[in-house]
Design a protein around this ligand. Sequence first.
Ligand SMILES: *[C@@H]1O[C@H](CO)[C@@H](O)[C@H](O)[C@H]1NC(C)=O
Ligand SMILES: *[C@@H]1O[C@H](CO)[C@@H](O)[C@H](O)[C@H]1NC(C)=O
Ligand SMILES: *[C@@H]1O[C@H](CO)[C@@H](O)[C@H](O)[C@H]1NC(C)=O
Ligand SMILES: *[C@@H]1O[C@H](CO)[C@@H](O)[C@H](O)[C@H]1NC(C)=O
Ligand SMILES: *[C@@H]1O[C@H](CO)[C@@H](O)[C@H](O)[C@H]1NC(C)=O
Ligand SMILES: *[C@@H]1O[C@H](CO)[C@@H](O)[C@H](O)[C@H]1NC(C)=O
Ligand SMILES: *[C@@H]1O[C@H](CO)[C@@H](O)[C@H](O)[C@H]1NC(C)=O
Ligand SMILES: *[C@@H]1O[C@H](CO)[C@@H](O)[C@H](O)[C@H]1NC(C)=O
Ligand SMILES: *[C@@H]1O[C@H](CO)[C@@H](O)[C@H](O)[C@H]1NC(C)=O
Ligand SMILES: *[C@@H]1O[C@H](CO)[C@@H](O)[C@H](O)[C@H]1NC(C)=O
Ligand SMILES: *[C@@H]1O[C@H](CO)[C@@H](O)[C@H](O)[C@H]1NC(C)=O
Ligand SMILES: *[C@@H]1O[C@H](CO)[C@@H](O)[C@H](O)[C@H]1NC(C)=O
Ligand SMILES: [Zn+2]
Length: 733
Amino acid sequence: MPRILPSLILLGTLTLACQRDWDALETRIHTHHTTPNRHAKRAPVAYPPTLSDVESILVNSFDNKSISDWSYYYTHGDHLGSHNKSMAEWTAQKWRDAGFDAYLEEFPIWYTYPQHSSLSLIWPNGSRHDANLVEDVLKEDDTSSYPNLIPAYHAMSASGNVTAEYVYVGRGTRADFEVLKDAGIELKGKIALANYGGIYRGTKVKNAQDNGMVGCVLYTDPLDDGEITEANGYEAYPNGPARNPSSIQRGSVRFSSLYSGDPTTVGWASSKDSPRGDVAPYNPSIPSIPLSMKDALPLLRTLSGHGVTAKEANRSGWVGGFKNITYDSGPAPGAVINIDHLMNGTIAPVWDVIGVINGTNEDEVVVVGNHRDAWVIGGAADPNSGSAIMVEMANAFGKLLEKGWKPKRTIIFGSWDAEEFGLQGSTEWVETHLPWLQSHAVAYLNIDVGVSGPRTSFSGSGEIQSFVIDQLKKVLFPEGHWGSEFKTLYDMWFNVTKGTVSPLGSGSDYASFYQNGIACIDFGSDGGKRDPIYHYHSNYDSYNWMSKFGDPGFKLHTAMGQALSLILYHIADDALIPWDLPHAAEVLSSYLEELNETISSSSTLPPSNSSGNATLDLTPLSSALESFSAKASHLASVANTALTFNDSIALAVVNSKFRDFARGLASVGGLPGRETFKNVVSAPGIDNGYGADVWPGITDSVNQGDVAQAKEWIEKSAKAVQRAGEILGYGER
Ligand SMILES: *[C@@H]1O[C@H](CO)[C@@H](O)[C@H](O)[C@H]1NC(C)=O
Ligand SMILES: *[C@@H]1O[C@H](CO)[C@@H](O)[C@H](O)[C@H]1NC(C)=O
Ligand SMILES: *[C@@H]1O[C@H](CO)[C@@H](O)[C@H](O)[C@H]1NC(C)=O
Ligand SMILES: *[C@@H]1O[C@H](CO)[C@@H](O)[C@H](O)[C@H]1NC(C)=O
Ligand SMILES: *[C@@H]1O[C@H](CO)[C@@H](O)[C@H](O)[C@H]1NC(C)=O
Ligand SMILES: *[C@@H]1O[C@H](CO)[C@@H](O)[C@H](O)[C@H]1NC(C)=O
Ligand SMILES: *[C@@H]1O[C@H](CO)[C@@H](O)[C@H](O)[C@H]1NC(C)=O
Ligand SMILES: *[C@@H]1O[C@H](CO)[C@@H](O)[C@H](O)[C@H]1NC(C)=O
Ligand SMILES: *[C@@H]1O[C@H](CO)[C@@H](O)[C@H](O)[C@H]1NC(C)=O
Ligand SMILES: *[C@@H]1O[C@H](CO)[C@@H](O)[C@H](O)[C@H]1NC(C)=O
Ligand SMILES: *[C@@H]1O[C@H](CO)[C@@H](O)[C@H](O)[C@H]1NC(C)=O
Ligand SMILES: *[C@@H]1O[C@H](CO)[C@@H](O)[C@H](O)[C@H]1NC(C)=O
Ligand SMILES: [Zn+2]
């Protein structure tokens, strides 16, 4: 990652949320200040906020006791993707009880479940250490002892029974592997041991595979835990906020920057009769297994004194948080790991729940969604903090419906299944309804980990940002141990982000919507370096943890739900869709500057002939952006006038342009080598997997050193911006 500054390495890694990339946010906050960001200055906030009558009904409808009840329900049963239809039916019934239609949509999707898996370290003297692939049972945490616990595994991992010496590869980035190769460490035929920090887990497995390695072990290092470690004197869960040493991070290792959804139907909807392709290009070919920090210790200790030292490797995130471990690479001669892993690949039904509140104008639709499936019996943060919020939000809108309210635009609630395997539920739904969504969708609002800590942030499209930030100003931040200086959710958000909003990558259910040119946000709250450790994708992401450490009193859930309700309400019911088009243009321009930095610091492009630095002519894109910006400003003033005079015909025209323009940004052919990613503005970084690359068609080409393709994508991206601008243009549609 050439764009990460050394200062960020010092900041360390923040706790990872459901596939949200704090490193990328920090990078963005600290490196891209070239464009003045209109949200980077703390805005004045009226305190206490004044709300309209409808806003008050929505906000006051939220009750922490009810949210806690919904959370309790969702976190006390196996609800791995495809495992729990009755939970889908319960959700649909809750929404019906709130006063609107709800039904299930079923999709048969491919996924993997382990039939057998084990991991052992075998020393040269024949002694062995067998790792525990499930967490310890805790008497304080009821769901840690459920009989049907889900074993810790990597979805989409290959099967295999491999025994080999192993090498510690730091975070497992491409650069980490380069360092080892340069030092003459043999990688071929060995097993990789990587810590979980930084990039997406599947990318680590892919890098190991690409280096000829035969297996991969990913373990949780205390480095990920900031200050809240046992070494710093904090007690571990369940007695304190530090990580329980037996906690294991499950997760998918699919190649997430190449596709979303069912890997047997990439690019089309899964149905009973749909053709199905080969999953091989999309998933690892070597077995991989996750490991707790407790079980990683003997593996790390055995490597001490062998191979490249941590100092010689000199890589960020290489030295972890164990003070008594040297983090030498190994291999230790004769010390081998056996991974014995038999995965069952199955096609099974999954169930999305769809709720509908018809609007007076059914041609404009707002979708709000959250996944329901969890890696563990609990899932109190991921994703069921969002699910509990969605039920309470349905009830809040029910209060408006009771009073005879009907939104101007149709609202769709989505409860997606099988997100954790690879966004299956949402992707197959989008692919099934794509033509309709393309002509109707105004926006998709995603909440996944609604709450795993107090730090609020969101990623999203440019046009929607200013409006979302304004809603945060209307919600009180809960009093409590988070600090009295945060009076509104905006204050917390500003403190976390310094006014920065990241572009969308991948990692949650917004991906298919966004990649088809629909305005999106991804909204949530996570923990920072001084907050209780959230046991991501572990059995301890439980109701007990949430109610004692994550959000005692469910006050953060309440605040997040209130904010999401206001966001949804205004997009669905304002006379003018509340987009800030001039800001959208500024955001696109700031991404152009970011691209320009990527190009000038590129080590992959051949140097330009005169300067010695790489150059590419970005004029086609900057010209397209100038024209887009002019049209955006013009339409914004037309919109204001239409609103001032309450001119319903003009408003209808403006709204349809606001709804449609982003569709222009989706390139018809898709990005090179990953055709279902279509948005020319951002996509998951190929080598990162969580965080986004901007202008990805161009960035990918630059990173591959392919000048001709880069030029082609400058043209294609410019054309896309031009198309979006033409839709905004007045009278030229
Ligand atoms: C489905 O989830 C509910 C609620 O958590 C739980 O009560 C039920 O036992 C689960 N069903 C199965 C088949 O595990
Ligand atoms: C074998 O080697 C390991 C690692 O050095 C050590 O912990 C273990 O005690 C040894 N076992 C025997 C039986 O010597
Ligand atoms: C895996 O391989 C080991 C030795 O290499 C062997 O002892 C074990 O039985 C194998 N497991 C299976 C399921 O075949
Ligand atoms: C470690 O790498 C940094 C750049 O990443 C470099 O500035 C520094 O000199 C290197 N240190 C050693 C000991 O090689
Ligand atoms: C190393 O530190 C870990 C915790 O940081 C501890 O559990 C372990 O026992 C220590 N090992 C040794 C050999 O001191
Ligand atoms: C493997 O998947 C099949 C369906 O393809 C299923 O019938 C079978 O029970 C599964 N086996 C195990 C051990 O999970
Ligand atoms: C909502 O609109 C759809 C399509 O126009 C219609 O089929 C459905 O019956 C409506 N639902 C209600 C509750 O009015
Ligand atoms: C954020 O909050 C911390 C701790 O409350 C405070 O020290 C810091 O100055 C705040 N930063 C901003 C930008 O508000
Ligand atoms: C809800 O908030 C009240 C008031 O702060 C608190 O007493 C109560 O314990 C909370 N309820 C739950 C279920 O956390
Ligand atoms: C890219 O940066 C160079 C200077 O580094 C500047 O001359 C050029 O105008 C920039 N191009 C764009 C499109 O921002
Ligand atoms: C350098 O010059 C050659 C020949 O004029 C041209 O083909 C090539 O594209 C130039 N390189 C760059 C990076 O502009
Ligand atoms: C090449 O780029 C580097 C870093 O952006 C800059 O410091 C240097 O001045 C550039 N060299 C030339 C000849 O433009
Ligand atoms: Zn999630």
